[in-house]
Design a protein around this ligand. Structure first.
Ligand SMILES: Cc1cc2nc3c(=O)[nH]c(=O)nc-3n(C[C@H](O)[C@H](O)[C@H](O)COP(=O)(O)OP(=O)(O)OC[C@H]3O[C@@H](n4cnc5c(N)ncnc54)[C@H](O)[C@@H]3O)c2cc1C
Length: 311
């Protein structure tokens, strides 16, 4: 066996996978689909970077077109595991590689452990955070890992060796053009602090109140789904939860948020959780480090002033 191979078409996620894999194996090989990504990955401390270069393509191939090449690499080099970034494309790639290799596919692993007998174990969160499933297996497996599970490896002193491998790709489906989705210009997933408003603070004037606290904390403003979808107070990119954004902030402050599991699963990796709610039985308080029972209209300005006073 020759260590762990990692792949994601997103170089930032690929760098995170290198970090995760480095905790499990001495050798970590990062696979990418172009020279640009190779530059980023060669600075992550990976044992090597393998660039899959399509032979004679007529257009930009999708990651899915490299499935056979990726499967061949994993098989020929006897990889222990292939970690794949859990993106829409990554899910496709992972499932197809596992099918070609006829090996196990472990999806959305949150924790991976190498067991002493050579077997592997992974934990995955299920039912919107209501349960954690543990799976064990032996032999090669393809494992998908979501963004935010590890800190991306920072630039190491020496660049990893880069190997370019010419491969045949499946060009039956080609990308003809791309149109960027219009976004509200927010990247909640990488926000260090988030102030989240719920239906308890969702009148138009309340946005200013939450915005002021966010400004004091240097935080992004986010919301629950009904605030975005029912009230239209904020764009849908700003709602957190199972069907919205998944955030990993150092600080999450929930204002008038009840704390239903469909929402809380979206910030389950937050380091410190603060809740302000008029109801002492709000479910949010069960996941809070600091719980304030009271009217957010009264408490938020006091909190913002207190934060500013300490700056
Ligand atoms: C399939 C499915 C998927 C879903 N996905 C998501 C998702 O991704 N994200 C998401 O957020 N939701 C999602 N939901 C909805 C979710 O179940 C909850 O309904 C929603 O999160 C509740 O939003 P809320 O906390 O803002 O509102 P509410 O549940 O109405 O809570 C409002 C809270 O504000 C408090 N309050 C009222 N006035 C004040 C005040 N003045 N000061 C302080 N507190 C006050 C109340 O006590 C209450 O606890 C989903 C639901 C389903 C069925």
């Amino acid at each position: 066996m020759t260590g762990i191979y990692v792949f994601s078409e997103d170089p930032r996620l690929a760098a995170e996978l290198v970090t995760s894999a480095a905790a499990l194996a001495d050798e970590v090989h990062a696979v990418c689909l172009g020279a640009d990504a190779a530059g980023t990955l060669s600075a992550t401390g990976a044992t090597s970077v393998v660039v899959l270069e399509a032979r004679g393509t007529t257009g930009a191939a999708r990651p899915e077109a490299y499935v056979a090449a990726l499967a061949g690499l994993v098989r020929d080099r006897g990889a222990d595991l292939l970690l794949v970034g859990a993106t829409v494309s990554g899910w496709e790639v992972a499932a197809r590689v596992a099918a070609l290799l006829d090996c196990a596919l472990v999806s959305e692993a949150s924790v991976i452990t190498a067991l002493p007998d050579g077997a592997w174990q992974a934990e995955r969160v299920m039912y919107a955070g209501g349960a954690v499933q543990t799976e064990t297996w032996t032999g090669t497996a393809v494992v998908t890992v979501a963004a935010g599970r590890a800190v991306a490896a920072s630039a190491s002193g020496s660049a990893s060796p880069v190997e370019v491998v010419a491969v045949d790709v499946d060009e039956r489906v080609r990308v003809l053009s791309r149109t960027a989705r219009v976004r509200a210009g927010v990247d909640l997933a990488s926000a260090a602090r988030v102030v989240c408003i719920g239906m308890g603070l969702a009148e138009p004037g309340d946005l200013e109140l939450a915005g002021d606290l966010a400004e004091a904390l240097d935080a992004e403003v986010a919301c629950t789904r009904p605030v975005a979808e029912d009230r239209g107070l904020l764009p849908t990119e700003r709602y957190i939860g199972i069907s919205g954004a998944h955030v990993h902030p150092d600080l999450y402050v929930g204002l008038g948020v009840s704390g239903q599991v469909q929402h809380t699963v979206g910030f389950r990796d937050a380091k410190v959780v603060v809740g302000i709610n008029t109801s002492p039985t709000a479910p949010l308080f069960a996941v809070c480090d600091y719980a304030v029972v009271g009217d957010a209209h009264e408490i938020v300005p006091l909190l913002a002033a207190a934060v500013r006073a300490r700056r």
